[in-house]
Design a protein around this ligand. Sequence first.
Ligand code: MN
Length: 478
Amino acid sequence: MEKLYFIPGSQDLYGEECLQQVAADCAEMVAFLNEKLGDTITIELLPTVETSKNCVEDMKKVMTDDDCVGVITWMHTFSPAKMWIKGLQLLNKPLLHLHTQANEKLPYDEIDMDFMNLNQAAHGDREYGFILAKLNIPHEVVAGFYKHDNVVAKIRQFAQVAKAIGLSKRVRIATFGNNMRDVAVTDGNRLECEIKYGWEVKYWGIGLIAKIAAETTEEEVDAKMAEYNEKYTMATDNIDAVREQARYEVAFEKFIAKNEVTCFTDTFQDLFGLNQLPGIAAQNLMAKGIGFGPEGDYKISALSTVLMKMAEGRDGATGFIEDYTYDLTEGQELELASHMLEVPASFAANKPEIQVHPLGIGGKADPARLVFDGVTGDGIQVTLIDLGDHFRIICADIELVAQPKPMPKLPVARIMYRHKPNFAIGTAAWCYAGGAHHSVVSTALNRSDIEMFARLTGTELITIGDDTTEADLRKFYM
Ligand code: MN
């Protein structure tokens, strides 16, 4: 399991007894947090920082441990912050500044100078906060008594975001084919993606998948069909078309394992050697946490991978979606979001049906796909755009709703949602902000998760929700 290191700060000014108490209190704190958060993260205590030298030693340990996704720091006593400079300069992992105390209440009757010297986070954490600001190090501050539920919840959230950032640095995207011709927002600077987020964008020809698919045995296809039959309802007589998709998925899985990629893209404009656009093959893979972007959209493929990781262990669905069409009934505006085929099975509110239908574009054989109605509830829609000199994340609060009426002639999976604060402001804000038509929708994550991710990765963020006003549109987007 991934871990966080816990590094307390102090100094030798207060004597050995004080330092022993610092270590003992920290051990108790770490034990408590492990008990509360053990299902998500392991926390390990490192030696107290008393000098610049042991700060450097602690941070070296943080940086060389591959299982470590971040660090928690706390100044039990005053810890002169110059001794943190060289260590912090080595740190390139998410940092949580826990602003807390070993004691919840002040012992009014007992308090003396020794107690005050030992328990002075109000003093030491401000000195430390200054050096983080001075060094311009992205970090998260969580303030409150460490046993309080809201503090534990914030540390849990930090652990989940840190794990997602840890995965981000290992994201390898296989792009089969290039960006869809002429499309702007899905393109960008692949090199900057790797520098900023660690995303390796790697090109392969789709013909390679066709070759692996052709070499796939009937037994392997049978096993994949058994998986489909268990998870989904077969609602087609065209079993050969479904077997074709099963063959593709086996091929993608083999490729993914062999090349250690975390996610992929394809494009209907380059399906050389494939008879169908991958439909159920992509949908079923996404439900297993494999990120996907259609039309060569490597950014959304990577972002979906990272956000699925962030949502791990939470209830709700997370995955790629495309904005499609609106119901503009006045005051009850809704959006229908879908894609040609590739809507993640994790969005299914009912048991998906496997259907085979023609696809209007691409000029290939009728592809098998999963068809279902989408989940409901509060959610967010997140996208990432490349503005040349920086990246921007846009995060909109949405409410996923049941579709008001059946759509018997629409043979594709879909979700529907309501924008916040309303259609006019919510969608206008998205357009002003330059938000893409590809995004990641999640009912497991919320705005504060994305705020934390943006803060820790140093990414510009625009949020849209009930607190967005008409005046904001002019202030921020024009
Ligand atoms: Mn698209």
